[in-house]
Ligand binder design. Structure first.
Ligand code: NAG
Ligand code: NAG
Ligand code: NAG
Ligand code: NAG
Ligand code: NAG
Ligand code: NAG
Length: 565
């Protein structure tokens, strides 16, 4: 038998010294794992790796303390999260413009200016403001996109201005059937002919921002046209169905480069006011006591059922009848994220993930589409949905995630998203591996369930035990990732176990705090305490295992994450 390490040594000996020097340093591997066990409440999570702090940061619609919008969590490993007290935006801070529906925050960092930008959706209730942005003071669900800034990924973020971004998306072709309907706007016209009698044209309420930077320096805002007020006639079903769709628009880049982060994003001139004058004869129906918008900006449709129907997106198209008339017939596409890769011919492939069906239903799921241009057309994958509920493993309503590259080089991709451990529980943060293969136009996920290995770049971990100031037998244990990020030892999926040797000695563990009772003077000098870092496992009969790590394959010893004092 030839030993594997010996083979490696033989291969290395054939290489000249210069080539050897170019080999990447060997990677550290750990046998530490994580389980997605729903310990962190979160919705619509956006996660980024932050070089400055060596940690992952998650931004969530839900989970903030009262008096704050959006929860922030930080993690060394994409699995054990610590909550930042408060939230992202203080509700009494400057420039608060939205009254409610603070949804789907995403954070981007400009390393040249040192500013962190938090994009998010919010809704106007103030009728003057609704009219100012949507023409009608009683426009249903007047959502817009805003942006707040901070010098730190932990916030607090403060809105750049007391208003949403400077963008007035307008659809000149829409039959505004809402103007034929009565509140609560559940019953649209029964025929296409009746719907076509409606006044044409509407402003578009927008949610779920995702900003994409292309290689040519152009900046694109992907967003969802809020389902409200978007009744689309379906020949297939013979009725109107209210839909959300995904659109994109190019942004001007002055805001991104502003060293003071005081410039509100505005739409690129190629999309600005392009629908002015359309539809012909369109007049204001705004109550004259309110101001109305004057601009009619453009957008590009990216994902909609009409562009490319897929059956899995139809989970709610008959909800009106099924609910005895209390729900609308609906169809959603929302929560998109776009990344770019190159195939082996050097041609670009844009991958866009999106969520469909109702976020509260177990059927909420994730599909993807591809394009060779940022603004499309995008083609939905025939494999959709590529991530969806798995009742056998107790995972429901998988959706609205984001794509994060791990801190390792080369990076691994992950898709933190929300899901539910039961159809009725609230949304929690889950993390799955993401695999993208541009030559095959393939995008797929690793499993959500079971024991999943830690992302590359987390190892080597380090462990320290600091005696408490009083030196009375108390210790604080600190476990850190390779980049120095601290593990939250109070998180239910990791812990420190303590082994005490010495007559009558014992220890109690409370998160990172360990109290050792040396049983009085008789044990003095004879007590050894060993701290072992352990991770929770999915196997209920063996719920914890110690973590070890190794440098490369066959190099050196396995290093347990233990320390003795
Ligand atoms: C998560 O894992 C911890 C540790 O095994 C366990 O105590 C807790 O009950 C789990 N929670 C869920 C929701 O499975
Ligand atoms: C609503 O908006 C108008 C116009 O900006 C403003 O004057 C008014 O104070 C706002 N009302 C409330 C209750 O905030
Ligand atoms: C316009 O709005 C004002 C303020 O809500 C209201 O008093 C008035 O009746 C409205 N006028 C019309 C024509 O609807
Ligand atoms: C040691 O002191 C710390 C405070 O410094 C206290 O929290 C802890 O309970 C004490 N431990 C023992 C074993 O007395
Ligand atoms: C769980 O762990 C026990 C004890 O090591 C083992 O006997 C059993 O096969 C494991 N179960 C599964 C499903 O891996
Ligand atoms: C990791 O390695 C340690 C030390 O060898 C071992 O005790 C533990 O069971 C291993 N964990 C897993 C998940 O294999």
């Amino acid at each position: 038998m030839v030993h594997f390490a010996a083979l490696l040594a033989f291969a290395a000996s054939l290489l000249p010294a210069a080539a050897l020097a170019k080999l990447k340093p060997t990677r550290w591997h750990t046998n530490g794992t994580y389980i997605n066990n729903a310990t962190t409440a979160a919705a619509d999570p956006y996660v980024r790796w932050d070089q400055n702090t060596g940690a992952y940061w998650a931004y969530s619609t839900e989970g903030a303390d009262s008096g704050w919008y959006f929860a922030i969590y930080t993690s060394p490993d994409l699995a054990t999260w610590s909550k930042i007290p408060g939230g992202a935006i203080k509700s009494d801070s400057a420039n608060i413009w939205a009254q409610d529906w603070w949804w789907a925050p995403e954070c981007y960092y400009n390393e040249k200016t040192g500013w962190y930008f938090l994009f998010h959706a919010g809704r106007f209730l103030n009728q003057s403001k609704v009219a100012e942005y949507f023409k009608y003071p009683d426009f249903e669900e007047a959502s817009k996109i805003g942006v707040a800034v901070s010098r730190s990924p932990s916030g607090p973020f403060v809105s750049i201005a007391d208003r949403p971004i400077d963008y007035y998306p307008f659809d000149p072709d829409y039959d505004d059937v809402n103007l034929l309907m009565q509140p609560p706007y559940l019953v649209p016209p029964a025929s296409h002919e009746a719907g076509e009698t409606a006044p044409k044209g509407t402003y578009i309420p927008s949610i779920d921002p995702n900003v994409f930077w292309d290689d040519d320096g152009s900046i694109w805002l992907f967003f969802s046209r809020n389902a409200y007020r978007n009744w689309v006639w379906s020949d297939e079903f013979g009725k109107y169905i209210e839909e959300s769709n995904i659109y994109t628009v190019r942004l001007d880049d002055a805001w991104w480069h502003d060293p003071h982060a005081k410039t509100l994003p505005t739409v690129h001139k190629s999309f600005r006011d392009v629908h002015q004058g359309a539809p012909a004869g369109w007049t204001t129906s705004v109550n004259a006591s309110f101001p109305g918008p004057t601009r009619k900006d453009g957008w590009v449709p990216v994902i909609s059922y009409k562009l490319q129907p897929q059956v899995w997106e139809n989970a709610h198209v008959n909800d009106h009848a099924a609910s005895g008339g209390s729900l609308k017939d609906r169809r959603w596409s929302e929560g998109s994220t776009t990344i770019k890769r190159y195939d082996s011919n050097g041609s670009p492939v844009y991958f866009l993930t999106y969520s469909a069906n109702n976020y509260a239903s177990p059927d909420y799921g994730i599909g993807y589409a591809v394009s060779d241009k940022v603004s499309g057309p995008y083609y939905k994958s025939g494999s959709n949905p590529v991530l969806s509920q798995d009742a056998s493993r107790a995972i429901f309503s998988t959706g609205h995630g984001s794509i994060v590259a791990s801190g390792a080089d080369p990076a691994e991709l992950y898709y933190p998203h929300h899901a539910r451990p039961s159809p009725s529980s609230s949304r929690h943060l889950y993390t799955a591996r993401l695999f993208v293969e541009p030559d095959l136009l393939y995008l797929g996920f690793g499993t959500d369930a079971g024991d999943l290995r830690l992302p590359l770049g987390v190892a080597p971990l380090s462990i320290k035990a600091e005696p408490a100031a009083s030196a009375n037998g108390s210790y604080e244990v600190v476990v850190r990732s390779a980049s120095g990020a601290k593990f939250d030892l109070a998180n239910p999926i990791n812990r420190v176990r303590v082994e005490v040797a010495g007559a009558g000695a014992s220890a109690t563990v409370d998160g990172p705090l360990v109290n050792v009772d040396k049983n009085g003077a008789n044990a003095k000098g004879q007590t050894t305490v060993r701290f072992v870092y352990e991770r929770a496992r999915s196997n209920a009969t063996l719920p914890w295992t110690p973590v070890s790590q190794v440098r490369g394959i066959g190099e050196g010893d396995v290093v347990d994450l233990t320390i003795s004092v």
